[in-house]
Write a protein that binds this ligand. Structure first.
Ligand code: IMP
Length: 193
């Protein structure tokens, strides 16, 4: 059975990826299998670079092929910010609410509110060029919070149908999300082994 390591400790991502990769014949390893590996510094300028850093570091350490993802929110009027810095938009050790409040503040009076979530997955197969799979979710930055589901910027992200992302049930979000779209592209690419 072919091994594939995924560079995450996020239990939700692990469950989702295992569910899709096992039927294709992959034996899935995670960062939990390599506790000796030091935290990977994500200092790239793009989603691709960060995903590559994580996948390559894990692959080199584990000696098997690896995948990693990187996500964020690009706001058009802010030249793509918060982008790759989404998790730390308001600073180190901040809450999702700190980030949301800063974003709403920076968008005060801004008419063009277009934004999109982005996920890029890097597939790092040893001896091959890295491959990238990207998914988007388009919407707008709202002017107020709505909904209690999800995480991150979900309460202030409005979909084209008017609902905020935090109003969607988890299954509904997982069917349309940037992450799901990138993951489907990866799964379509990977052949049963
Ligand atoms: P990660 O690369 O998946 O850890 O995502 C980085 C950051 O992007 C998160 O900490 C959130 O701030 C933001 N983000 C990514 N995906 C989502 C989402 O689906 N909803 C809301 N925020 C998200």
């Amino acid at each position: 059975m072919k091994q594939l390591a995924i560079a995450t400790q996020n239990k939700h991502k692990i469950i989702e990826l295992e569910r899709m990769l096992k039927p294709l014949g992959y034996d899935v390893l995670t960062l939990y299998d390599f506790p000796e590996l030091k935290p990977i510094v994500e200092d790239g300028d793009t989603y691709e670079q960060n995903a590559l850093i994580k996948a390559r570091t894990l692959s080199d350490h584990a000696g098997v092929d690896a995948i990693a993802d990187d996500s964020g929110l690009d706001v058009f009027a802010l030249d793509g910010a918060p982008g790759v810095h989404s998790a730390r938009y308001a600073g180190e050790d901040v809450t999702y609410d700190d980030n949301n409040r800063l974003l709403l503040q920076n968008m005060t009076g801004v008419a063009d509110r277009r934004a999109r979530f982005v996920t890029t997955i890097c597939l790092y197969q040893r001896g091959a060029e890295p491959r990238y799979f990207t998914g988007h979710l388009d919407g707008e930055i709202a002017t107020r919070y709505k909904g209690t589901n999800g995480f991150g910027f979900d309460p202030i992200f409005r979909l084209p149908d008017g609902r905020h992302l935090a109003e969607l049930a988890m299954d509904e979000k997982n069917a349309i999300s940037h992450r799901a779209k990138a993951l489907r592209k990866l799964i379509d690419y990977l052949h049963p082994v």
